[in-house]
Design a binder for this molecule. Structure first.
Ligand SMILES: [Zn+2]
Length: 341
């Protein structure tokens, strides 16, 4: 059953970030709270974004003060969020270990409460990060003792100094993802790698009426994410997205910029948006199974969350060695790839 989205032509004058096209279709007029938010798809390349791209000043203001509260309803993390972040960080570390050189200098852009940085550090990597949200950055520094500074990406001088950069559920928040990726490219050493993870618009990750959000300025499909990375000077090393995965996961490395978008991209985008209505989305067996697993996990995380969090934090503080060292005292590591067998 298809979803009958109303598609109208947009009068947007800003060109497309990916293909510089000027023709857009409006694919939604509401955000996930049913507040007004116009979302468009580029008719040339299928890239989905807000109809009106916020300015740098708008974005800076939002992330410094409103984002964490607006997004999660909290300025400092709850026990439930801490547990989820810790489990997620451990899972991600295991996923990425085959692609990170031993002794690498790892850097996370948008480190949140700092568990990814701390997990890499505890695994022997030199890890640091930046997080523009003051509440979560303070938590990562004061509680986790992770090396996370309160900075934005463009505060970083464009010096090649990192071997592996993490961009986890961050690229969709930039008002110019291409500019952000180009800046990240300058921070990477010549053989450095970049991991990008973001919601997968091509697979259902939210009910049709809950897809769009002010903080997500761009919404990527596999076609548009890879094309955006290529336009910024990267090539794909590994696609780690699971089958029917709600998140896109790619490892990229530096290459020459090229602008090439699949001719099927626009059609794929529209087909994704039309695939489900609210009823068929919620009636999917996969949704019902995931909902059950989530409810069980939620219940278990709320039985003794304080005790579990206390145990995790104690363990991390015991492993803390170089976590609070200033970044300029960290030297470069060796460059041997460790691959999973
Ligand atoms: Zn386009």
């Amino acid at each position: 059953m298809s979803r009958s989205i109303q598609i109208e032509r947009s009068s947007r004058s800003q060109p497309c970030e990916l293909c510089s096209g000027h023709e857009f279709d409006i694919v939604s007029r509401i955000d996930r709270r049913s507040d007004p938010l116009s979302t468009v798809a580029c008719r040339s390349c299928g890239l989905v974004s807000h109809e009106s791209i916020p300015s740098d000043a708008d974005v800076e203001q939002y992330y410094a003060h409103d984002y964490r509260n607006d997004y999660h309803g909290e300025h400092t993390p709850s026990s439930h969020r801490i547990l989820r972040a810790w489990e997620g960080a451990q899972w991600l570390l295991n996923l990425l270990r085959p692609y990170v050189r031993q002794g690498s200098r790892v850097f996370e852009v948008g480190a949140g409460i700092g568990f990814n940085v701390k997990s890499f550090e505890a695994d022997g990597f030199q890890a640091e990060g930046i997080e523009p949200g003051q509440g979560f950055q303070k938590y990562s520094q004061d509680v986790l003792r992770a090396n996370v500074k309160c900075l934005s990406l463009f505060d970083m001088s464009p010096t090649p100094q990192y071997d592996f950069i993490l961009l986890v559920h961050v690229i969709e928040h930039f008002n110019s993802p291409k500019k952000a990726l180009e800046h990240i490219r300058h921070l990477l050493r010549p053989d450095g790698r970049l991991y990008v993870e973001c919601p997968n618009l091509a697979e259902p990750h939210a009910a049709p009426r809950k897809l769009f959000h002010y903080a997500h300025i761009y919404n990527f499909t596999p076609d548009t994410l890879v094309a955006m990375a290529e336009a910024a000077g990267f090539k794909t090393v590994a696609r780690l997205t699971e089958r029917h995965g709600k998140a896109l996961r790619y490892v990229f490395e530096k290459s020459e910029p090229k602008c090439e978008v699949s001719s099927a991209s626009y059609g794929n985008t529209i087909a994704s948006l039309r695939r489900y209505n609210d009823f068929t989305y919620h009636a999917r067996p996969r949704y019902l199974w995931q909902r059950l697993k989530r409810d069980v996990r939620f219940a278990s995380n709320h039985i003794l969350p304080t005790l579990r969090v206390h145990r995790i934090l104690n363990r991390l503080q015991q492993t803390s060695g170089g976590g609070t060292a200033p970044s300029d005292t960290i030297s470069a590591g060796s460059a041997t790839y460790v691959r999973a067998t």
